[in-house]
Design a protein around this ligand. Structure first.
Ligand SMILES: [Fe+2]
Ligand SMILES: [Fe+2]
Length: 237
């Protein structure tokens, strides 16, 4: 396996590792600045590959923030390896994640963010947004870089397979196929409304965790995703 590095927006680097046995790919994102921020850590087994790739962009020990969408292995499995490699780094996540899991799991005390809180990392302003149960997990959330209008949307729009670093093409087809296959979204009566709030952000780039960075019409894509959630809920009733 190898980890591909691509600058997908100004000062934002995507690290992609395709795992052939799973026919699935995992992205981490680095937001550069005075206080570099890593979004998603990758699982423990990926740490050697991903940390080497990140280290080719910034020294790993200069990382200041480690964040991720929710508490699962691919999002945060190597969290403590990163904390060990980057002595000034702090895990940043929402209040729910800290209270339920991270105050216990993280080797150093995490920073608890409220919905809408902004981390000014020097060069990028990163807003935390709670998205409970979207696409899954009580503590779920996303981050939005107000500076480049990049939404780090985690598992939203998950694609299977090996994907290019970025695309302007259709992302709904692969998203629907993955949902039909994996059933990974925890659909609740609020799911559509939660995604519609993200559509209001005027997003320029959707930084997918499992799939390409999308530079097409992000507003419409988010509305389509919300509508798709509504339809699945209605059809289930
Ligand atoms: Fe997940
Ligand atoms: Fe994921």
């Amino acid at each position: 396996m190898e980890t591909r590095t691509t600058e997908v927006a100004d000062g934002i680097y995507q690290f992609t590792t395709y795992v052939p046995e799973a026919d699935f790919s995992f992205n981490q994102y680095l937001v550069t600045g005075e206080e570099p921020l890593l979004f998603h850590t990758g699982g423990r087994g990926l740490f050697p590959l991903v940390s080497e790739a990140v280290g080719r962009v910034v020294p790993v020990d200069t990382l200041r923030w480690i964040s991720f969408g929710h508490v699962e292995s691919d999002e945060c499995g190597s969290m403590n390896q990163w904390l060990a490699a980057a002595p000034r780094a702090t895990v940043a996540h929402n209040i729910t994640a800290c209270l339920v899991s991270l105050n216990d799991l993280a080797d150093r005390e995490p920073r608890a963010l409220a919905d809408g809180d902004v981390l000014d990392i020097g060069g990028h302003r990163i807003r935390w947004i709670d998205t409970p149960h979207v696409p899954h997990a009580w503590e779920a959330g996303v981050i939005y870089d107000e500076t480049t209008r990049t939404l780090f949307c985690g598992d939203l729009f998950t694609h299977g397979g090996n994907n290019p670093a970025s695309t302007d093409g259709d992302i709904m087809g692969p998203t629907i196929a993955a949902e039909d296959l994996f059933h990974y979204s925890s659909l609740t009566p609020a799911s559509g409304a939660t995604v519609r709030r993200l559509a209001d952000l005027d997003v320029v780039t959707l930084a997918l965790m499992h799939g390409p960075a999308f530079g097409g019409d992000c507003h419409t894509a988010l509305l389509d995703l919300a509508g798709g959630y509504d339809k699945r809920i209605a059809d289930a009733g």
